[in-house]
Design a protein around this ligand. Sequence first.
Ligand code: SF4
Ligand code: SF4
Length: 151
Amino acid sequence: MNLVRRVLTGLKSLLVGLGVTGRHMLRPVVTLQYPHELPDVSRWGGPIELVTFPETGTHDCIACNACTRICPSDCFDIAGARPPGLKKMRATRFVLDFSTCSLCGLCIDVCPTETLKYSAHFDDAAYHRDQTMNDLLAPFGDDPYLSGKLT
Ligand code: SF4
Ligand code: SF4
């Protein structure tokens, strides 16, 4: 009797499991065959990066360090210098440690010049810790304010 009950319980469990599997087989596919298929990044919140403003062709970081102070994970290493004749500082160093960033977005909220945003990067995996130190100024090259091209 005990054996019959165990067989029936096992059969019931099997049918329940097959039912769950069957329901999921009929649902739309949500996984992607990465890297052959790439995700839609239009609403993606990837690692923080600096905004490029079309009017100047560069970022607008004034090295105020408001982001450094609000960051709960101590991600930022920022330094700045004042270009000749300008009141505002310009960032001369802007390194963000992505390994400790929780993507909370607090830095984006407090930035007075709105020069921080989530990037569309979705594949920033790294093999070494030093590869997670993102130099956010690197894509900009020479600073046009510091070199006197923009005033
Ligand atoms: S998103 Fe949050 S954790 Fe990441 S750098 Fe900004 S404030 Fe720090
Ligand atoms: S809050 Fe904005 S302007 Fe200030 S240091 Fe951070 S990124 Fe630059």
